[in-house]
Write a protein that binds this ligand. Structure first.
Ligand SMILES: [Zn+2]
Ligand SMILES: [Zn+2]
Length: 162
């Protein structure tokens, strides 16, 4: 399902996100990422916060590590799959290092170090499902379906292998 690259465990060990020693913080009100904004007002909802005072923010990731690299257009989808599986996840723009959704370049997916192994498992299983879906013929109505379709485009019949 996801085009992208799982960052190997060895690399992950050393791959703490630079300059985020005390973790990644989000807005108390709207959960907008607040690290590195150079401002004391949330750009999304205008709630005030104090970068020096952790009590004015939510610490979303304590010890962020990069586990996945993908196109930034896919990153939000990857994060929502991880969140559905119970893992807090954030996006880091590869070129600028900015936290949060930015279009136009590759992105890293960040999770807490303690969640990294479990989160990678979730992404690996998504990978496998995607790779195995070749073009197929619907057993219900006989229509040919292109690779990547999970249900028949014609009759919404299910894939024989799913
Ligand atoms: Zn906010
Ligand atoms: Zn069909």
């Amino acid at each position: 399902m996801f085009e992208g690259e799982i960052i190997p465990e060895k690399l992950r060990e050393q791959n703490t996100v630079p300059n985020q020693d005390s973790g990644l913080y989000v807005c108390l009100e709207c959960r907008y990422p607040l690290n590195g904004l150079g401002s004391t007002v949330c750009p999304e909802c205008n709630r005030k916060f104090d970068p020096q005072d952790p009590a004015t923010m939510i610490q979303y990731l304590k010890d962020p590590v990069r586990i996945f690299r993908c196109q930034s257009t896919l990153a939000a989808q990857v994060v929502s799959v991880l969140e559905d599986a119970g893992f807090a996840a954030m996006i880091q723009h590869m070129r600028t290092g900015m936290i949060g959704f930015v279009e136009g370049s590759d992105a890293y997916i960040l999770v807490d170090r303690s969640d990294a192994a479990g989160a990678v498992q979730v992404l690996e299983s998504e990978h496998e499902e995607g790779v195995e879906l070749d073009a197929w013929e619907c057993p219900e109505c006989g229509e040919p379906n292109d690779a990547g379709f999970e249900i028949c485009w014609n009759c919404e019949g299910s894939h024989p292998d799913l």
